[in-house]
Write a protein that binds this ligand. Structure first.
Ligand code: EAX
Length: 323
């Protein structure tokens, strides 16, 4: 008994120095994300941390780290070697096949459309489906509408893309769409992309403005075409056993923190979409509006029959008709 007291007394100053009560048990949660700190994903992680730590009186402390291999992040969340991760849906469909439907090109008309579907029944059911695969979907975030970039080769119409090597995410839906357009899709993790661009092992790549900006991909490319050919969702996932180990207050705070992450992320995407294109122009990349986005839609149309048989024409129509 006496020893216990002395241990408590001995620890008290340390606990006070750290700004927490001696009684608070500390749960540490690591969340990784795949872009630099100053980005749409970094902002999401900071909002997540603030709301979760605030809502749990500091009983949960959040450590933010960068991990730009999104497949590895999902694997380690599944294994429980990290608690949570923020990333795109690039590799997610290889873990949770149902979510692939969201990666179909030209599915969403604009941000309001995509967000409406993700926040509505279809999106929430897909988020819940993660639990069948050893993952807990906490919130849909977003990466943005993806646009094409190339190095020295100029693309004036989708015809020019025939035979070009374009880096894609490790995402079969994207690969099928590019293949239909005559491209040689070259899938690789995001972590491999900068060196592939610098060494010229691919002719181009495609990513949303927030990703191009925050990762300085424009420094490695000469042309940016605002094709906006596919919406790229983002997601915040956690390890299910970790979530189950939280008490009710902590779990409620996790849900709120997920919503705060989504709000911060979407606000930053909007900011990057409005101010970012000008910033990219100033930095020197040749930015080209794409008058005829339908030409890209048509170039990829050969993949549609496959998408209809995979997801059902009705499901695709329900998403397209959302209002
Ligand atoms: O943070 O791999 C990719 O191209 C993704 O857009 C990724 O989320 C970048």
């Amino acid at each position: 008994y006496i020893r216990k007291i002395s241990v408590l007394v001995g620890l008290a100053p340390l606990a006070m120095a750290c700004g927490m009560s001696a009684a608070a048990a500390q749960t540490v949660l690591t969340v990784t994300h795949s872009s630099p700190a100053d980005s749409h994903f970094g902002d999401a992680a900071v909002a997540f941390k603030d709301v979760l730590e605030g809502g749990t009186d500091g009983s949960v402390s959040v450590v933010i780290q960068r991990l730009d291999n999104e497949r590895e992040a999902l694997e380690s969340v599944q294994l429980g070697s990290q608690e949570c991760a923020i990333g795109s849906t690039g590799p997610l469909g290889n873990f949770v096949p149902e979510t692939r439907v969201l990666d179909v090109p030209f599915l969403f008309n604009d941000y309001a459309h995509a967000r409406g579907v993700l926040d509505g029944e279809i999106g929430q059911n897909l988020l819940a489906a993660l639990s069948n695969y050893g993952l807990e979907g906490v919130a849909w975030l977003e990466n943005g509408f993806r646009s094409l970039t190339t190095g020295s080769r100029l693309v004036e119409s989708p015809e020019d893309l025939r035979g070009m090597k374009i880096r894609t995410m490790e995402n079969p839906i994207h690969m099928q769409a590019w293949e239909a357009a005559g491209v040689l899709p070259t899938p690789m993790a995001f972590s491999e992309l900068p060196s592939a661009l610098q060494q010229g092992t691919v002719d181009g790549q495609e990513n949303p403005i927030p990703v191009i900006l925050s990762n300085n991909l424009d420094m490695m490319q000469q042309h940016l075409y605002l094709t906006r050919h596919v919406y790229s969702p983002g997601i915040l996932v956690c390890n299910p056993d970790f979530v189950a180990s939280l008490d009710d207050t902590q779990r409620a705070a996790l849900t709120q923190a997920g919503a705060a992450a989504a709000a911060a992320n979407r606000a930053r995407v909007e900011k990057d979409e409005t101010a970012g294109i000008e910033t990219l122009r100033k930095r020197g990349i040749d930015v080209r509006e794409v008058e005829n986005r339908d030409a890209y839609r048509e170039a990829m149309a050969g993949a549609n029959a496959g998408f209809e048989s995979e997801f059902g024409a009705e499901t695709l129509q329900r998403i397209r008709n959302w209002s």
